[in-house]
Design a protein around this ligand. Structure first.
Ligand SMILES: [Mn+2]
Length: 336
């Protein structure tokens, strides 16, 4: 898909929020999986994300780890930013009937009080278009018929130095906005650099292909992709995008990049019940999460602690028993 073609969709948006949601029979079925780095003092890691399924919006963020030199946990910033973004998404939908990602980022940024900085990427489905606002090196790819047909652009000042939101850093004015047309059967994979620096596009295509062949749920697909990325990240001999980029930038770095890994998978499905049916009317509440509101009613879950449940299932040694003890529910059917 041509980027310019995608950008055409942006002309339908307005900063005034007067645009109404485009009707279509597409909906996004999102799910996520997060594997934080093993750091006993920072068990939640630096990444954060949210899924607002009724508003058809997802977001990922990666707190900038170098704040730890100043004794600041940028994961706190990233989590506050994503939590505020999720609030803002719900507000926008209530007030305007549409979510404008850059405005969501702006509101979230203004409301975030923690010290630190973070990348951020907000993606929403409106009609047949995904609209996105991005700051930094989190991104998404669009897979159609087993091929990546669109990859969202990233922003960095130099190798491994992404643009970032923060009081001492960039403001949301630098956010890049773009749009991308989707169709039934498309698969969106969004994530932080912990995913994309460790997994090649070809590998990602293969993982998605295998998942679709097995007809697995998006929750399990997200988990499989995250586990693969994690294995790559810990393998000093793995051939990774990070290794190639490092060498290109003049650094002798080999293998994977050990990092927090966030994966959000969103399947684009059609709903035969036109024109626009809120997700909570068509999807059973099957997610086992502490902030899940059972249907009927809007479903919202802020997933960063929730996904750790699934660490039980990792084929690797459990890295942080503390994390596992935070689990509120046993592993259940939706995982397997
Ligand atoms: Mn990262």
């Amino acid at each position: 898909m041509d980027l310019m073609e995608c950008l055409g969709a942006l002309s339908t948006l307005s900063d005034q929020g007067t645009v109404s949601r485009t009707e279509s029979n597409l909906k996004m079925i999102p799910a996520s999986f997060y594997i934080p780095k093993n750091k006993p003092l920072k068990p939640l890691g630096d990444d954060a994300h949210f899924i607002c399924e009724p508003e058809q919006t997802i977001g990922v963020a990666d707190g900038v780890g170098s704040w730890s030199k100043k004794g600041i946990d940028a994961g706190i910033y990233a989590r506050e930013l994503m939590s505020n973004a999720a609030d803002s998404v719900r507000d926008e939908m209530k007030k305007y009937g549409v979510v404008i990602p850059k405005r969501v980022l702006s509101k979230a940024f203004l409301n975030t009080k923690a010290e630190g900085s973070s990348t951020a990427c907000i993606i929403t489905l409106q009609g047949e278009f995904l609209h996105c606002a991005n700051v930094g090196d989190s991104k998404f790819v669009l897979i159609r018929e087993n091929k990546i047909v669109f990859r969202s652009p990233v922003q960095q000042t130099k190798f491994n130095c992404p643009y970032q939101l923060g009081k001492m850093s960039n403001t949301p004015s630098v956010a890049e906005e773009f749009a991308c047309k989707v169709q039934e059967g498309d698969v969106i994979i969004a994530g932080t650099d912990g995913l994309f620096d460790n997994v090649d596009e070809k590998e990602l295509e293969t993982l998605v292909f295998m998942g679709l062949q097995e007809d697995i749920k998006p929750e399990l697909l997200a988990k499989k992709i995250a586990m693969y990325a994690h294995a790559q990240a810990k393998d000093p001999r793995a051939c990774t995008p990070f290794q190639r980029e490092s060498i290109r930038a003049g650094f002798q770095r080999f293998g994977g990049k050990y990092d927090d890994i966030t994966v959000v998978v969103a399947l684009i499905m059609s709903t035969s019940i036109a024109p626009w049916i809120p997700v909570w009317e068509t999807t059973p509440a099957e997610f086992c999460g502490e902030t899940l509101v059972d249907s009927p009613g809007p479903r919202f879950y802020f997933t960063h602690p929730l996904v750790m449940l699934s660490l039980y299932d990792l084929p690797f040694s459990l890295e942080s028993p503390d994390l596992v003890s935070q689990s509120r529910c046993p592993l259940n059917d939706y995982i397997n």
